[in-house]
Write a protein that binds this ligand. Structure first.
Ligand code: MN
Length: 291
């Protein structure tokens, strides 16, 4: 027996703000009138750079060296090339449809930039950064980096479009991302007439962001481009119907990590003491070096 989840929140994109000089993001949560980290668990933060046409530039665009501890940063490129370097020695450039899944774990320094050749050329740019919490048992895991190419993702065909599975599984098809708790992350690439229905346990938190086009959620409300929807925990079923071409919906779902959250800036731990320790370890150089 399945029951449709309600549509708990439908949020238009908040006014964007700059992260460094490279990412002009709509910050959907936490804060900004959006849902709390506890309500979104295991997801901690969603930043979305909606589609922009960037002029050519010789000035690097991005965020310089900064630390993270206690969670994972997941960067999805929808348009444009994004480069990453970290103090664990990992680096890479992702393009359209690719994902960087960085486990900060015990602590890492990284910098996030537009690829320099892309910056010089200019062009369309659109991306998401999602923060995924780590269970307490894994917060001090060694830093880890997964570069996930679009071509390596799980793929489930719809009538005309398809579902790309980054993490988790859907109808027996798995995504390549290794996660520390149950996380499902899909891109629904839908065409007019496509319909996608799936079920997660009722206590899983589930939300969606319309990257392009629009879709009708739960048979009741339209999710327009650049809008965010949070589904209720009053049912288990999710229904997405598409009536226009070229629609992409990012679907985020997962089992809540039922542990206290203490977060400050780039660190997300369980207690305030662990946050103070993170600042101390950062100051004393335990996150390594990155130029
Ligand atoms: Mn970062």
């Amino acid at each position: 027996m399945t029951k449709l989840r309600s549509l708990e929140r439908l949020l238009p994109p908040p006014n964007p703000h700059w992260v460094g000089n490279g990412f002009n993001v709509h910050h959907f949560f936490p804060g900004n009138g959006g849902p709390s980290q506890e309500r979104m668990s295991p997801f901690l933060m969603l930043d979305y750079n909606s589609l922009a046409d960037l002029p050519p530039s010789d000035l690097p665009r991005g965020v310089d060296v900064h630390p993270h501890r206690g969670f994972e940063t997941v960067t999805i490129s929808y348009k444009g090339l994004i480069a990453h370097h970290d103090s664990a020695g990992n680096s890479g450039v992702i393009g359209e449809g690719d994902v960087q899944w960085m486990t900060a774990g015990a602590g890492v320094l990284h910098k996030e930039y537009h690829d320099l050749d892309f910056t010089r050329r200019g062009g369309p740019f659109q991306m998401v950064q999602l923060w995924v919490n780590l269970p307490a048992a894994h917060k001090m895991h060694a830093p880890h980096y997964q570069e996930i190419r679009s071509a390596s993702m799980g793929r489930l065909d719809l009538k005309s479009g398809y579902v790309e599975i980054i993490a988790g599984s859907c109808s027996g098809i798995s995504g390549p991302a290794a996660t520390f708790s149950p996380v499902h992350l899909y891109n629904l690439h839908m065409e007019a007439g496509d319909c996608f229905e799936l079920t997660f346990p009722q206590h899983y938190n589930a939300s969606m962001l319309a990257i392009s086009g629009k879709a009708v959620l739960q048979g009741v409300r339209e999710l327009p481009q650049d809008h965010f929807a949070l589904l209720g925990n009053d049912g288990d079923d999710i229904l997405v119907e598409c009536k226009v071409p070229n629609t992409t919906i990012l679907l985020m779902a997962g089992e809540p990590i039922d542990e206290p959250i203490s977060s400050h800036g780039p660190f997300v731990m369980n207690t305030h003491g662990e946050i103070l320790q993170a600042f101390e370890d950062f100051r004393s150089g335990k996150f390594g070096t990155l130029r």
